[in-house]
Write a protein that binds this ligand. Structure first.
Ligand code: NAD
Length: 480
């Protein structure tokens, strides 16, 4: 069993209270590591170290391309340790091993993408008048805080940390208390590079302790939060009190909209993958199926058959669907299932799957629920399990209204061979990403990602995310 430590100002540390938090393997229900229960004191030291590094001559003199090379060094270490990291992420989160590998590969790409971008973010010149030169430069914003959720730990850490360091900022990460293992490895890799001490810091601990201390710390200059709407609101409130910008990546209730003129086999596969990835514990899960009424029977017959072929089991054995994170998340899903029995029709699944060997682990059969009202909690709220709710529409207008009928707006899938219809829907739906005849574009490191409405604001991923970590300075020079 590993006893992990925090990484503060280039040193490995336990928390001053000496308390630890157990980290459990969702596939077995057994404790496999401990992390320090970091709190205010550690957060304060990490933020101060990041502040001191930010203003240090050593970090300021790092050329942009040298920052990029450091990020490439980390990408190289991720590649060297790909097998170990994929297993760690798989054991930590409970996602099937092939998805663990996909997450490590995405993390490598973030470090490469932002490493390559480090010396390519340019300023502007602005025409004013003869005798006056005006230009705009982008400077780093300062100490950046990164609060990471449990479901995609290495990807979410990598995408914002790599962008922040590429632009010359310093970083304090608070990993999720349930899934901190790969964040700790990233700290090791940074430690092995020439990154000045204090530029990257990693704090472990509970959200209401370490997380709250970090988001309200007065020396933080930018907050990146990924997680639930409730916590995101608290983090944004703390940022407002300190008058600092915040990027919020929150939840979703994303629809897959299926028309009768789609390629049915591709659409079935797309809809299945969109809801079973990471056992549905994905912010961008396609958790609502909106299907054209005249096509419902044909499509659902195929879909239910496909669901019934899905295998469920321990993550390292790479079944189609792994376990639910823990008993608390599982109980939450079961409350939704009780409601489904009352308000709708469960077409398949809905039940726990027991493994004698792992009686403390929580496995759930992939589930489809029909006959729900649009106002049902099952139609409106994130279930965060392998649970798909089905609705039907008669025409394009109704499909648009249904797609927009939740508080969220993260991702939308549209399945049709009619590209005009697809574009009409795309232009009317409130959604940060729209996928036509696919869902996810294979991860899309380069594509801006973020939400409309309560799915958040600001964008992560892609070139645009670099601007989160810069501050604009305008300079005007008068000459005669
Ligand atoms: P969460 O909001 O409970 O926790 C997220 C992080 O915030 C954790 O590190 C936690 O320790 C910390 N935290 C908790 N309370 C805090 C507080 N008071 N102050 C500061 N930090 C605090 O979310 P979760 O359960 O870890 O993740 C699931 C949620 O995240 C889902 O709603 C999911 O949709 C969302 N999510 C969104 C994206 C995205 O990019 N849009 C990606 C992954 C997950």
């Amino acid at each position: 069993m590993e006893a992990l430590q925090m990484y503060v100002n280039g040193k490995w540390e336990d928390s001053s209270n000496k308390e630890v938090i157990n980290v459990t393997n969702p596939s077995t229900g057994k404790v496999m590591a401990t992390i320090p229960r970091g709190d205010h004191g550690e957060v304060d030291r990490a933020v101060n170290a990041a502040k001191d590094s930010f203003v240090s001559e050593e970090w300021r003199r790092f050329k942009p391309f040298e920052r990029g090379r450091l990020l490439y060094d980390v990408a190289g270490k991720l590649k060297e340790n790909r097998d170990e990291l994929a297993r760690l992420e798989t054991m930590d989160v409970g996602k099937p091993l092939s998805q663990g590998y996909a997450d490590i590969d995405a993390a490598i790409r973030y470090f490469e993408f932002y490493g390559g971008a480090a010396d390519k973010v340019m300023g502007d010149t602005i025409p004013i008048e003869d005798g006056l030169i005006d230009y705009v430069i982008r400077e780093p914003i300062g100490v950046t805080a990164h609060i990471v959720p449990w479901n995609y730990p290495i990807q979410i850490l990598s995408r914002s940390v790599a962008a922040a360091i590429a632009m010359g900022n310093t970083v304090v990460v608070k990993s999720a208390e349930d899934t901190p293992l790969t964040a700790s490895r990233i700290a090791e890799y940074f430690d092995q590079t020439d990154l000045p001490k204090g530029v990257f810091n990693h704090i472990t601990g509970y959200g209401h302790e370490a997380g709250a201390a970090l988001s309200s710390h007065p020396l933080i200059n930018h907050l990146t939060f990924t997680g639930s709407v409730g916590t995101g609101t608290a983090v944004a409130t703390a940022a407002t009190s300190n008058v600092v910008p915040v990027t919020l990546e929150l939840g979703g209730k994303s629809p897959n909209i299926v028309f009768s003129d789609c390629d049915i086999d591709k659409a079935v596969e797309g809809v299945v993958k969109a809801i079973i990835q990471n056992a549905g514990q994905t912010c961008s899960a396609g958790s609502r199926l909106l299907v054209e009424e005249s096509f419902k029977e044909t499509f659902l017959n195929k879909l239910v058959d496909r669901f019934n072929t899905l295998s469920v089991g321990p993550a390292l054995d790479d079944y189609d669907v792994g376990p639910i994170l823990n008993q608390k998340q599982f109980d939450r899903i079961q409350d939704f299932m009780a409601l489904a029995e009352q308000e709708g029709t469960v077409l398949t699944g809905g039940k726990r799957i027991n493994y004698e060997k792992y009686e403390n682990a929580c496995y759930m059969a992939p589930t489809i629920i029909d006959d729900l009202s649009l106002n049902s909690k099952l139609a409106q709220e994130e279930i965060f399990g392998p649970v798909l709710s089905v609705f039907t529409f008669k025409n394009e207008q109704e499909a648009i209204e249904m797609a927009n009928s939740t508080d969220y707006g993260l991702v939308t899938g549209i399945w049709t061979r009619d590209i005009n219809k697809a574009h009409l829907l795309m232009s009317r739906i409130d959604s940060g990403q729209v996928f036509i005849n696919n869902y996810g574009a294979g991860g899309g490191i380069q594509m801006p990602f973020g939400g409309y409405k309560k799915s958040g604001f600001g964008r992560e991923k892609g070139w645009i995310a670099l601007y989160n970590y810069t501050q604009v300075k305008n300079v005007a020079i008068k000459f005669d």
